[in-house]
Write a protein that binds this ligand. Structure first.
Ligand SMILES: Nc1ncnc2c1ncn2[C@@H]1O[C@H](COP(=O)(O)OP(=O)(O)O)[C@@H](O)[C@H]1O
Ligand SMILES: [Mg+2]
Length: 297
């Protein structure tokens, strides 16, 4: 694969008038074994400020592996991640602290994003402190400057700062995790299945709050989910992943209305319309093999 291949043309979007904050370039990840498992197989895409990208595909296709590479938690076997045009330095012992960077994550399990033993106010304050360390006093105009203001921003009250995570619902905890992440004034927020553990009735609302606040802060967002019906509501662009590859990409509405790749068609066909409660199939039907080449829209 080369940079000039037409698969990059799917990155043409309103957001591409701005510089990408995060770019994956021909990323390959192999997990050791006999034989080694290629979890990500030559993935390239850009995330621009203020845009929401949905990364969708069934369980095991490589989404979380891609998220770990994008945050520097995992080093790719080939290819690279550029953060503000610079190669991303790996996290780890002696490396940069996650909070010192402008790449923030929200995980599927709110327990992974929030410390269950600390009140939520100080946890949001950690995000604000991280932003101050990184950006000095130059916090964006309108950026909430206290945990109470952040709690109001997510539809809660300042007194909630005194409560522990366990006293909130799953949806509230994911909103708090979002506030904590955005308080750090990131350039990009990566959310890996952030609504999958929630009741179907709150999924769309939480996804909407997360994405609209991220965009309001001017950050880009990669929203990872196997639930195409919700992603479609919030994403500007979609990346459809299958067996470690992007097989289709483009504006979310275009793909929703007219999927080109057989795998994308199968995903959409699996969603019971129109209630939006559909889930992608856990596995493609046995024996099914879709083309691995990306269709160029
Ligand atoms: N730490 C690991 N070691 C070995 N194999 C892994 C590891 N993590 C994930 N995998 C495998 O890599 C593939 C992609 O996994 P993952 O990125 O978690 O997919 P997704 O998030 O789309 O469900 C799967 O086949 C999975 O079993
Ligand atoms: Mg995953």
């Amino acid at each position: 694969m080369t940079e000039t291949e037409p698969h990059m043309s799917g990155d043409v979007s309103p957001g591409s008038s701005t510089r990408a904050v995060l770019s994956a370039r021909d990323v390959v990840v192999d997990y050791p074994g006999h034989p080694a498992l290629r979890a990500v197989d030559g993935v390239s895409f850009d995330v621009h400020p203020g845009e929401v990208i949905g990364l969708v595909g069934e369980s095991g296709c490589g989404k979380s592996t891609m998220a770990r590479v994008l945050t520097g938690l995992l080093k790719p076997n080939a290819g690279e991640i550029l953060y503000n045009d610079q190669p991303l330095k790996p996290l780890g012992i002696g490396g940069r602290a996650a909070d010192s960077t402008g790449i923030q994550m929200v995980f599927q399990d709110p327990g992974s994003s929030l410390n269950p033993r600390r009140r939520v106010g100080p946890q949001i304050q950690d995000g604000l402190d991280a932003a101050r360390r990184r950006l000095g006093r130059t916090l964006k105009e309108g950026h909430p400057t206290t945990p109470g203001q952040w709690l109001e921003r997510i539809g809660m009250t300042p007194s909630d700062a005194e409560r522990f995570p366990r006293s909130f619902s799953g949806g509230q905890r994911q909103r708090i995790a979002t506030a904590r992440a955005l308080a750090a004034a990131p350039d990009v927020l990566i959310a890996d299945e952030p609504i999958s553990s929630l009741d179907a009735s709150t999924q769309a609302l939480v996804a909407y709050v997360m994405s609209s606040l991220t965009v309001a802060e001017g950050a880009g967002m990669l929203f990872i989910s196997h639930d195409l019906a919700v992603v479609r509501l919030i994403a500007d662009r979609l990346l459809v992943m299958y067996k470690g590859r992007i097989v289709e990409r483009g504006p979310a509405e275009e793909i929703w209305a007219d999927p080109h790749h057989p795998y994308t068609k199968a995903l959409l066909g699996a969603i019971p319309l129109p209630d939006g409660a559909g889930k992608l199939p856990a596995v493609t039907p046995p024996g099914t093999q879709y083309p691995l080449e990306e269709v160029v829209r």
